[in-house]
Structures are given as C-alpha cells and as structure tokens.
Design a binder for this molecule. Structure first.
Ligand SMILES: O=C(O)CCC(=O)C(=O)O
Ligand SMILES: [Fe+2]
Length: 345
C-alpha cells in the first residue's frame, strides 16, 4: 500500500496546519484582495431559447463561467449526492486507504491529496482530498467504486445520468452561441465516445485559510464542467482581468465552466479560465465536478467554421492523449497545457 495517507481528513476534529501545508507568501490566497463587487452571470435555463443562447454565449466570452438555475436536476438528488460523498470522505482512514494512489497513469479510481511544487521541488499539500473516477458507462468499472457508503454506486449512477442529459443540452446551447450546428461541440468532443469523470473534493475546516489553498489555481482540461457546490460556504474563485472573483453558492444551482478543449475548439473565442478553491475555518465543504472530456484517441482541432482571415487558427491539431500526457508532465505546477498547443503566429 502506498504511503500517501498523510492527510487524514477522516478526523472531524480541527487538524493542525503543519508546515507541509503552508504555502510560500507569493502563492497564498490573499483573501482580502478577492473582489466582492462582481461575480459570474446567473442564467435561468427556463428562458426563451434565443435569449438563453445569447446570455450563455456572452458569459462564455466574458467569464468562461456561469451559474444556472431551473436546470431540471432534482434538488433532492443533488443533496443525496453531496451527503453520500461526505460519508465516503469521512470513512475511517483504513477503509479509504485502498483508494489512495499517486499513480496517475494506470489507476482509474483515485483518492489523492493535490499539491504544488514550490521552487520546483518541495511539495506543499493542498488542504483537501480529491476522489476521481469515470462516471459514464459505469457497468465497466462499477466493481472498482466504493462499496461504502452502501448507496455510493447507486447515487453516483443516478446523478451522473442526470448530469449527462444537462451536459448535452449545455453543449448544444454553447454550439449555437458560436453560430454552429447544435451538435457541433458534442461531435468535436468525440460524439458518443466522450467520457464523463467525477471529481469530488473534500475540504475540512482549516485553522488558517490565509496560509493554504483547498485547490490550486487550475483550468479544467476536458470540454465542459458541471460543478455542484454546497450552500452557505463561499470557496470557489475565478480569475477575471487579473482579479479573483468569488462564486457565491445559490440554492439549487450549478456552476458551469468551459474547459480547455472548448477554448481550443472555439479557436480561443470562449475561454477556459483559472479558478481555485479557498478554505474556511468553520465547516467542512464537499463539492463535485463532473468533467465531460474527449476519449484519448479523439483529434482536437479548432472548428473550421470559426477560422477565417479575421480569426486565424490559434491552435494546432492534436490527439487528446497528447494533451493528457502534457497535463501529467506539468503535475505540481500552475499548469499551462493548452499554451503548449498554440501556434506561434
Ligand atoms: O470545490 C470547488 O468549488 C472547485 C472544484 C474544482 O475546480 C474542480 O474539481 O476542478
Ligand atoms: Fe476545476
């Protein structure tokens, strides 16, 4: 068994912030500088189709992030999903240990503690645990998923099915916003071959949120992300014009963000932006991101209809497996993966 269980979040008591978790000054969150004046748009999915497309398109261009309400996924299911995840993360460490791994190449189901390399070497652990696994075509991997809590497999199956429907609807609205056929983005992400991954995050209460981060600044690498965050705790922040903006949770809403492949497919018109999670002193927080990504064999290339004299091609074509390889190579850094596939103009 690997010795990666150093961060024992199963404990409900306040953990001490050992030096392993303290970021150097220039990497700390600087919470007083987070803007409270602006946040990302809130979009009602029940509005008239042409204004819905227009509002989503504007949010994609200006922020790369938005929240949606009236999306059709039952509130009760969201609640059940988050409490099931909390139960999982709070299992005794011995029971969770079977999922801990640092093997990012072969393990499909992974529990891990994210980190940043400081000065290119030393690892500073993030104040979180993350649990990642595929959540589509679940029959193929069901036996690898937790048996405890006993409802885990059933709840994740029901939840991801509902999110998959929502994801397809969002992809078609985003395609229309780009002036494309409604199935264009989904097709470009490999049509039926696309993959859904569940990325659950657990942030215990933190004795000093100024010294550490829950998740470091990153962009998501797939095509589109649907994030469920709990009510009452503001933790997610997004970078806009060099400033961090907080995304306050709204009851019964999802946070939607564009990920790297959509930035490339849209030839840079829609942005996949940096975001991070900060910690809080008082309560544990659980969030769940569902990533929709291409299969590793899918060729990703800016969509031809979005390239013209005024908008010359920014990225070259690549197999998604190459992107994943570069992503892994940059582990522990504030990754700049899509930049490696940019054409030098
Ligand atoms: O916990 C959050 O709000 C952020 C999660 C996130 O960015 C991710 O899972 O990629
Ligand atoms: Fe993310």
């Amino acid at each position: 068994m690997e010795s990666t269980t150093s961060f024992q979040l199963a404990s409900k008591t306040t953990l001490s912030l050992g030096p392993k978790f303290v970021l150097p000054e220039d990497k700390r969150p600087n919470l007083l500088q987070v803007s409270i004046l602006d946040s990302v748009p809130i979009i009602d999915m029940n509005q008239e189709p042409s204004s819905l497309v227009r509002n989503i398109s504007r949010a994609c261009e200006d922020y790369g992030f938005f929240q949606i309400i009236n999306h059709g996924v039952p509130y009760e299911l969201q609640d059940r999903m988050l409490s099931t995840l909390a139960e999982f993360f709070e299992l005794p460490p011995e029971e969770k240990a079977q999922f801990f791994t640092t093997d990012i190449n072969t393990k499909q189901v992974r529990l891990y503690n994210d980190y940043l390399k400081v000065d290119g070497q030393e690892k500073v652990g993030m104040w979180s645990e993350s649990f990642l696994h595929p959540c589509h075509r679940l029959d193929d991997i069901m036996n690898l998923l937790p048996e405890n809590p006993p409802q885990y497999r059933e709840v994740i199956a029901e939840y991801s099915k509902a999110i998959h429907v929502l994801m397809k609807r969002l992809l078609s609205l985003i395609s229309m916003g780009l002036g494309l056929e409604k199935d264009s983005l989904e097709k470009s992400l490999g049509a039926e071959k696309h993959i859904l991954n569940a990325h659950a995050n657990y942030y215990p209460p933190c004795p000093d949120p100024e010294l550490t981060l829950g998740l470091p600044a990153h962009t998501d690498i797939g095509g589109l992300t649907v994030l469920l965050q709990p009510e009452g705790l503001t933790s997610l922040q997004v970078l806009k014009d060099g400033e961090w903006l907080a995304i306050h949770p709204i009851p019964n809403a999802f946070v939607i963000n564009l990920a790297d492949q959509t930035q490339v497919l849209s030839n840079g018109r829609y942005k996949s932006v940096l975001h991070r999670a900060v910690t809080n002193r008082s309560q544990r927080r659980v969030s769940l991101a569902i990533f929709c990504s291409p299969d590793p064999h899918t060729i990703i290339s800016p969509i031809e209809d979005l390239i013209d004299e005024e908008h010359p091609r920014i990225y070259h074509s690549y197999r998604f497996a190459e992107f994943l390889q570069e992503f892994k190579r940059q582990e522990g850094t504030t990754r700049m993966v899509k930049e490696c596939f940019q054409l030098t103009l």
